[in-house]
Write a protein that binds this ligand. Structure first.
Ligand code: F6R
Ligand code: MG
Ligand code: MG
Length: 378
């Protein structure tokens, strides 16, 4: 049976700053999807991570279905009405356009979708991250799908050993989707060379080379490329199919033990460790640290089981403690060097304006016409 999984997520308001949506807001989105999706969806699940709400939907309308995208858009509109009524902060923040035009891509919400022939048992994972951007998944996906240090299936399973192909998008290109497909293991160094740069090159999808089946998809939108100004980080979602011809759940999860540093956290302008958190967690320290949740599900004929909270386990408490230490450590140096993002990635215009003003006050010492230069005055 061919099934499409669609995840569409947005921040349409939260309590106490950019922290967590209200229960009523979440319930409104969930109710809207359930009521209005009756004819369209097989099943749905609504969860939150930080200030973002993710809607997971199973259906048979394929990827990029205007009906599915419209359903999610309208659910977020209904949520926005409640957020305004409750006085939530940033009500409707991610709905950047007034009128829906067929697809949420380019309109603010993030989305990722995959269509496939459902296996007799279909385990898959839904990742949702807040206070960071889509490149946050680059390293975990690389390690989970291409590094035998994390994915021993690459050594132990003949099917998995055939490797995976990575479709990588250049997200700085705004005229269209600029993508490249690279194959692991042969092109591992090329893949690493691109994925090193989380802000520019982002894994869009991963396919099995044994079967050509889709294994993973990531939302790749970059809000500041859409809005042209600060509107928050992109807080990406991802879907990963697991087991059988794909890495095991534990292989996909194992790289999250690193809590690697990613872009985001305070004002979307710093580096912080990606902390694996329980479903429906908020954020806190320094508007962060960047967080990621993981829901595990099985699906049969499009119907979901209940959700397992994959980072709700004592092991991840230890990881969270380490992540907190990493967060505190990098915060010790405030604005200096790698603690803060490079100029091109700063999400607020303040530093840019300041630099423009200061630029006029620079002189090249000894250059003709630089009468005001200190070297001349001295
Ligand atoms: C939002 C975020 C926060 C905000 C900060 C200031 O996702 O990362 O760090 O940037 O709380 O928010 P504003 O500018 O809305 O007052
Ligand atoms: Mg936000
Ligand atoms: Mg957010």
């Amino acid at each position: 049976m061919k099934i499409t999984l669609s995840v569409i997520k947005a921040d349409v308001g939260s309590i106490g700053g950019h922290i967590r949506p209200s229960a009523r807001l979440k319930q409104t989105v969930e109710n809207y999807v359930r009521e209005h999706g009756r004819q369209l969806l097989i099943d749905s699940y609504v969860g939150s991570t930080g200030d973002d709400i993710a809607i997971l939907m199973s259906h048979q309308l394929g990827v990029d279905s205007p009906k599915i995208h419209e359903l999610a858009w309208k659910a977020f509109m209904a949520g926005t009405a409640v957020a305004k009524e409750q006085g939530l902060y940033g009500a409707g923040q991610d709905l950047l356009k007034d009128a829906f035009s067929g697809n949420v891509r380019g309109m603010g919400p993030a989305s990722c979708e995959m269509e496939f022939d459902e296996r007799p048992n279909e385990p898959f994972l839904l990742f949702a991250a807040d206070k960071t951007d889509p490149g946050a998944y680059n390293l975990p996906l690389y390690l989970g799908f291409a590094d035998p240090m994390y994915c021993p299936g690459l050594l132990l399973s003949p099917q998995i050993a055939k490797g995976y192909s990575f479709t990588i998008m250049d997200v700085s290109y705004t005229e269209g989707d600029r993508i490249i497909e690279l194959k692991a293991p042969e092109e591992l160094y090329d893949i690493a060379c691109l994925l090193r740069d989380n802000e520019r090159f982002v894994v869009e999808s991963v396919h099995s080379r044994a079967t050509d089946d889709i294994a993973a998809v990531v939302s790749t939108s970059r809000l500041h490329n859409i809005a042209g100004k600060y509107t928050g980080k992109d807080d990406p979602v991802a879907l990963v199919r697991v087991q059988g011809n794909f890495p095991a759940t534990g292989e996909i999860l194992s790289p999250y033990r690193l809590s690697h540093y990613v872009a985001g956290t305070m004002r979307g302008s710093h580096n912080g460790p990606l902390m694996p958190v329980k479903l429906n967690s908020g954020v806190s320290f320094f508007d962060g640290p960047p967080v990621v949740s993981a829901a595990g599900l099985c699906m049969h004929e499009g119907k979901f089981t209940e959700v397992v909270d994959l980072f709700d386990h004592p092991f991840w408490d230890w990881v969270r403690n380490n992540a907190a230490e990493k967060a505190a450590e990098i915060r010790m140096q405030g604005f200096s060097g790698p603690a803060m993002l490079p100029y091109s990635e700063l999400e607020y215009g303040g530093v840019v304006d300041k630099m423009n003003q200061l630029d006029k006050r620079f002189n090249v010492r000894g250059a003709s016409g630089s009468a005001k230069g200190r070297s001349k005055a001295a």
